[in-house]
Each structure stands twice: as structure tokens, then as C-alpha cells.
Design a protein around this ligand. Structure first.
Ligand code: FAD
Length: 392
């Protein structure tokens, strides 16, 4: 694929207020927020365009299902996304999310969340309403049927394939903004980022390399227990009647986001899902899907955790996910257009790693699968010095 990004200024370049390592959504959200605050910024990226976790995901800013401090950060991020979308011409739709409930237990989780957050934030839906939104013939009830659901209007949808590239374009056309593509960082110390093209100097340095933190700062990565989480994903042709741009989540999603898991009703859910879908449980499935602006649908995903990600995309795992999505949509076999593996940083120690590694050098990685959701809130809070205590 050709890229508009390949022109990279020759080194040396003049020193910046901020040097950011990594042109994923976390690095670019920091670049955006820093440029808004009048700082000069140099982003250093080893690839020729963004190809990491930030372009491989669902583009779901999953605001409502966050909990505690991360809920506040997600709300701040939502504002940031909408502002950045307006400034940089990105597709960001206030399309919300639809959570499909297919059992009384799943519905109980949504009802409890509604009680906590209020009926405007968690809008309960009947089975028939959910079926209509999905473009299904009917809501048959029973083990595979839709018994109800909830619409979460505060969730946002962005286009994962266009958001980071669009922000990168905006960054490099702003006065004071610059991106060095095809430039690998080999080491970082106060005031200097060492790269394969020579040193890059800055007052402050932010290392936003996601799961690859262990390549640059293995001690900090090990201390936080960073693992690589690999996920099977596919893009499919949308069934004819499926139209919504809302992200669609299911019962398996209720096991993954703290807003759901914090409900007492979620207690029996894991056992229930394991009993009726042991294979989905075994692959760590979060059966969900989102629609791209071109109409095709991103479907996924599975979760496998390791220090080094296995390179192979298991076909049986992909088939299980496609079948599960097909069931929710009440559709026949889905036609796959593309498959890929995504990898993000994960940690049992907590969802955020924020470490000051040397004077003026900070590493920031989102260590759970919510980096698209949090990126702009994280960037704003990190630049304003108001990061939540959760950031470990
Ligand atoms: C399949 C999948 C689905 C997901 N779905 C969602 C979702 O719907 N909603 C949500 O909120 N989150 C989702 N996530 C998580 C989200 O995508 C990540 O948390 C987020 O993209 C992380 O952003 P990042 O900038 O840290 O990482 P990346 O996008 O991976 O960027 C890191 C960048 O650093 C660069 N880099 C690394 N080392 C160096 C070096 N030495 N020198 C120079 N550059 C370097 C890399 O090339 C890369 O461009 C999903 C993730 C995956 C994989």
C-alpha cells in the first residue's frame, strides 16, 4: 500500500518540547493534546505508517462499560476524540453501543448497570427492539435467542483504519509538529532519544510503544508484568439488513469490562457462559462487532496471552467467532474479506502503565484492551498532571 507519510525530515532536527516514541493512538493523542497546548512535538515511529494495535481494532470507544477512575478518564477521552475528529477531519460517530442479552442472567447485568448509571445512560431494550437494530428476522427467545439488551448512547465509534493515520497527517501539517517515520528508537535517556538515524533531542520524552515497552525498558515492562495479548479478527460483508453503526457487544463482553463485572449479577455469568459455550470460553472470546464507514463489519475476537505472541492465526478459533457473530445476527455463513491478528499490551497488575524512567522520560502503555477508549483522556491527564491513581 502506498503512503503519504514516507517523507521524513533528515536528522539532525532541532530540539522539541516533547519527543514521543510511537505513532499509535496513544502517542498521537499525546501529540494532538501537546500541540493544542502550544508545545512543539516530534514523533518518532519505526514504521512508515501506523500499523500497530491502533489500526487493528474495532474502533469502539467503550465509555459506559468502564468503571471508577477509568470511567472518568473515558468520558474525558470522549470529549477529546470529538474535538480531534473535528480538527483533523476524522470519522467519529456518536453511534453508541448495543449490548445484546440472550439470557435472564445477561439481562440482569444490564438492569443492574441501568440502576447504577441511570436510564438515560443505559437504555434497556426489548428483544424485538434489539432484533430490529440487528436486522434480524425476529427475536426467538430460548438459548440462542435475544431476550433484550441495552443501548449505551455515550459510547463512540471511530474508524480504526483512518483515525491514527488521519491524526498523523494532522500532526505533521501543524506548525511545531513533526513525525520521523521509518526511524527506530534504540535507547532513551533524559533529553535524548537515540534512533537508527541519529539522536533526537527534546525537553521531555514520552515512550508510547504499547506492548513493545519490553524492547526498550525490559525492567519496567517486567515489573508491571506486561504480556502480549493476541486476538483473531476478521472483516466480513454485512448481512443485507444489518445497518447500525453502534458497536454490538454480547454476554461474553460482559465478562471483560469492569462496568459489567462490577455488578453483582455478573457473578453467575462466567459459569453460565462456560456451561453453554465452553469453546468460546476456551479461546477467551469477546463476541462483538462494529461496522466500518464502507459498510463492512469488523468481527472478533479471541484472547491469548504470552510474553512473545505466537504468529499463527488458528482457523478453528476464527470459525468459532464467525459462527458466534452469525448467531447474534441471525445470519447464515458470513463472507470473510480479510483476517488479521491484533496484539496489545496486557497486564495482571492493572490497565495502565505510567512510569517515570529518568528525569523528563515517561513511559505510558495502556495494558488492557481499551487504548482507543482511553487515549485522549490519558493524553490530556498526563499533560495536565492529573492522571488517576490507577495509573501504576
Ligand atoms: C484486535 C484488537 C481490538 C481492539 N479493540 C479495541 C476497541 O474496540 N476499543 C478500545 O478502546 N481498544 C481496543 N483495542 C486496544 C487498542 O487498540 C490498544 O490499546 C491501543 O491501540 C494501543 O495504542 P498504542 O499507541 O499504545 O499502541 P500501537 O498502536 O501498537 O502503537 C505503538 C507504536 O509504537 C511503535 N514503536 C514500537 N517500538 C518502537 C521503537 N523502538 N521505535 C519507534 N517506534 C516504535 C510501533 O511501531 C507502533 O506504531 C483493541 C486491540 C486489538 C489488538
Amino acid at each position: 500500500m502506498s503512503t503519504a507519510f514516507s517523507s521524513t525530515p533528515a536528522l539532525p532536527v532541532e530540539s522539541s518540547d516533547l519527543v514521543i516514541v510511537g505513532a499509535g493512538i496513544v502517542g498521537l493523542a499525546h501529540a494532538y493534546e501537546a500541540l493544542r497546548r502550544g508545545l512543539t512535538v516530534t514523533v518518532v515511529e519505526r514504521d512508515r505508517r501506523p500499523v500497530g494495535a491502533s489500526v487493528r481494532n474495532f474502533g469502539h470507544c467503550c465509555v459506559t462499560a468502564q468503571h471508577g477512575e477509568l470511567l472518568a478518564l473515558a468520558h474525558r477521552s470522549r470529549e477529546g476524540w470529538l474535538r480531534a475528529a473535528a480538527d483533523a477531519g476524522l470519522w467519529a460517530e456518536e453511534a453508541g453501543a448495543l449490548v445484546v442479552a440472550r439470557s435472564a442472567t445477561e439481562l440482569a447485568v444490564l438492569e443492574e448497570l441501568r440502576d447504577v448509571r441511570g436510564p438515560d445512560t443505559v437504555r434497556l431494550r426489548t428483544g424485538a427492539e434489539v432484533a430490529r437494530t440487528l436486522g434480524r428476522e425476529s427475536a426467538p427467545g430460548g438459548p440462542d435467542g435475544v431476550v433484550g439488551g441495552a443501548f449505551l448512547p455515550e459510547d463512540l465509534r471511530v474508524d480504526p483504519r483512518a483515525a491514527a493515520p488521519g491524526l498523523a497527517r494532522w500532526t505533521q501539517t501543524r506548525p511545531g509538529g513533526r513525525i520521523l517515520w521509518g526511524t527506530s528508537v534504540t535507547g532513551v535517556e533524559s533529553g535524548t532519544v537515540h534512533t537508527t538515524r541519529g539522536p533526537v533531542r527534546g525537553e521531555r520524552i514520552l515512550v508510547c510503544v504499547g506492548h513493545d515497552l519490553d524492547r526498550l525498558f525490559p525492567g519496567a515492562a517486567e515489573e508491571h508484568g506486561i504480556l502480549r495479548c493476541s486476538l483473531n479478527m476478521a472483516r466480513v460483508v454485512a448481512p443485507a439488513r444489518f445497518r447500525t453503526h453502534a458497536a454490538v457487544l454480547t454476554g461474553t463482553s460482559m465478562l471483560r469490562y469492569d462496568g459489567f463485572t462490577a455488578t453483582t449479577a455478573a457473578g453467575p455469568l462466567a459459569a453460565e457462559i462456560t456451561a453453554h459455550s465452553p469453546e468460546l470460553t476456551a479461546i477467551g472470546a469477546n463476541v462483538m462487532f462494529t461496522r466500518l464507514p464502507d459498510g463492512t463489519v469488523l468481527v472478533g475476537d479471541s484472547h491469548a496471552y504470552d510474553e512473545t505472541a505466537a504468529p499463527f492465526v488458528d482457523e478453528h478459533t476464527s470459525e468459532l467467532l464467525l459462527e458466534a457473530v452469525g448467531e447474534v445476527l441471525g445470519a447464515g455463513p458470513l463472507k470473510v474479506v480479510e483476517r488479521w491478528q491484533g496484539v496489545y499490551a496486557s497486564s495482571p497488575s492493572g490497565p495502565l502503565l505510567v512510569r517515570d524512567l529518568a528525569p523528563g522520560v515517561r513511559a505510558l502503555s495502556v495494558t488492557s484492551g481499551i487504548g482507543m477508549t482511553l487515549s485522549f483522556g490519558l493524553a490530556a491527564a498526563s499533560l495536565d498532571g492529573t492522571l488517576p491513581a490507577t495509573a501504576g
